[in-house]
Design a protein around this ligand. Structure first.
Ligand SMILES: Cc1ncc(COP(=O)(O)O)c(C=O)c1O
Length: 488
């Protein structure tokens, strides 16, 4: 193998580490249920909610943690969550039906995203809070409420286009929400529809990892809440959306080393690190590096609940420089959050069996074909680069040290690459071995999954610890009660 291996080892907390170590069970599961196979760990999502709750407590803030359902279709995770005090953020009619069927009552659900009339009607009917995108949606909702003699619906106004105090516009353009400078007609619409809707607050969701951008948005939201109050409206909450993130990798040094070597490879200063010279957004322009690295920051020093804590501790320059948490508390506002990815941290993994290991006649990296499609393990769709853990069948073959491999999927498509980069494994895999992709519950399991070429979509199971051993059932069979759920 040319050069030293550039590992990107996954961060494994004790529960997921224990599951990865249950190698006999992982092989037995894929033998029985096929490859690929998704495993979710419902107990972990309850623990993750508790981590968010502890940040609320530290800042003395009331409010709700709404799990962004879109990140995983699992019933087991949703039902386990229904047994906590968390809420759920649904973004489609199907997700709303799923949440109601998992045991969430309407007062624990918020509806976000683009909505069709059926979704709006069921949300209104079930007493769900609706995050409205603009005045047209508000008009539509009010007409539904009146036309069907429904009760007043709680609404949040989704905002976007926040401006920092000063001249620089910090928040990027969004196709969702009402830009703050255009909020007046929306507030007029709220006043027109007070018989049909109850304005409970404002909301935003920014697709960014930048704390500064989110702090600007939260500060801007507080200003809009003031504008509502000066009109005699009584909003009481601000919903800061999701985007708290995950730190996927165990070691910062590995991430730093990988990204600098990738840059060198793009500039032709070392052998390529990707299939077909892919640059993940970077390119060589006659010796000058151009473009931007389109990857998720694999190692993050602040993510999840700690990111919320950091956001709440940011000062609000236009409001006397006081921390955002103090301002929320002073106004007795509820703080709502909609974490998707962050609540799914350490909540699952995906197993894929090795079908073929080919040694190219010209030498170089091994070509490893898996019994899985790229859309079953969609880490790269989200820019996440992370090594799988190799679980040999039996004792595995002779261990002759690290190898560089390319991981291909099972479709007859040139583009069906499980990862575009060269992956370094600590030893050579063999057909029948398993590759365990850790931490795939957030968006990588089923958000993009297809049945292309009539290949089955991966099955999903729920697993939980029972003393020293692991137990499991099909995802849809899991309910948070004994004996199947393993909870209390
Ligand atoms: C409105 C809204 N809330 C929450 C989320 C969840 O974001 P994340 O999974 O990054 O926490 C999304 C993601 O698209 C969203 O659109």
């Amino acid at each position: 193998m040319a050069g030293r291996p550039l590992y990107l080892e996954p961060r494994l907390e004790p529960r997921l580490r224990s599951l990865v170590a249950a190698t006999g069970m992982l092989h037995a599961l894929t033998d029985a249920l096929g490859s690929p196979l998704h495993v979710v760990v419902p107990e972990q999502i309850a623990e993750n909610v508790e981590r968010f709750r502890s940040v609320y407590r530290a800042h003395h803030l009331p409010g709700q943690v709404f799990y962004a359902h879109k990140a995983n279709r699992s019933s087991a995770l949703l039902r386990r969550l229904a047994a906590t005090d968390a809420g759920v953020d649904v973004a489609s009619l199907g997700e709303l039906r799923h949440a109601l069927g998992a045991g969430f009552t309407g007062d624990r659900i918020t509806a976000t995203g683009p909505k069709n009339p059926e979704f709006l009607w069921l949300a209104a009917r079930a007493g769900v809070t609706v995050s409205v995108d603009g005045d047209a949606e508000l008009d539509q909702l009010a007409a539904l409420v009146r036309g069907h003699a429904l009760g007043r619906v709680r609404v949040l106004l989704r905002l976007s286009g926040f401006e920092a105090s000063g001249v620089r516009v910090l928040s990027r353009r969004s196709r969702f929400g009402t830009p703050v400078p255009e909020v007046k007609p929306l507030l007029d619409a709220v006043e027109r529809h007070t018989d049909a809707v109850d304005l409970t607050g404002v909301a935003f969701h920014l697709d960014t990892t930048s704390v500064a951008e989110k702090a600007t948005a939260l500060e801007g939201s507080l200003a809009v809440l003031e504008a509502c109050r000066s009109r005699g409206l009584r909003p009481r909450a601000v919903d800061v959306g999701g985007g708290f993130g995950i730190s996927y990798l165990a070691e910062r040094e590995q991430w730093d080393a990988y990204t600098s070597e990738l840059t060198a490879a793009v500039l032709g200063r070392r052998p390529p690190l990707t299939w077909g010279g892919h640059g993940y957004g970077l390119r060589d322009d006659s010796g000058t590096l151009r473009g931007t690295l389109g990857l998720y920051p694999g190692h993050r020093s602040v993510a999840g609940a700690a990111y919320l804590d950091e956001l709440l501790s940011q000062p609000a320059p236009s409001l006397g420089g006081r921390p955002l948490a103090a301002l929320l508390l002073e106004h007795l506002y509820d703080l709502h959050t909609e974490p998707g990815r962050a609540l799914l941290d350490q909540c699952g993994l995906t197993l894929a069996r090795v079908l073929e290991v080919r040694i190219p006649p010209s030498g170089g990296e091994l070509l490893v074909r898996l019994a899985a499609k790229a859309d079953d393990i969609a880490l790269e769709d989200h820019g996440v680069l992370m090594d799988p853990v190799l679980v040999p069948r039996g004792g595995g073959g002779p261990d002759d040290g690290p190898v560089a491999v390319h991981l291909f999927g099972s479709l007859c498509l040139e583009t069906d690459l499980i990862t575009r980069r060269t992956v370094f494994l600590p030893r050579r895999p063999a057909p029948g071995d398993l590759l365990v992709f850790a931490n795939t519950a957030g968006y990588a399991m089923d958000f993009h999954a297809t049945r292309a070429q009539h290949q089955p979509a991966a099955r999903k199971i729920a697993a939980w610890q029972d003393g020293a051993s692991w137990r499991w059932c099909l995802d849809d069979q899991f309910w948070p009660i004994t004996p199947s759920g393993g909870v209390q």
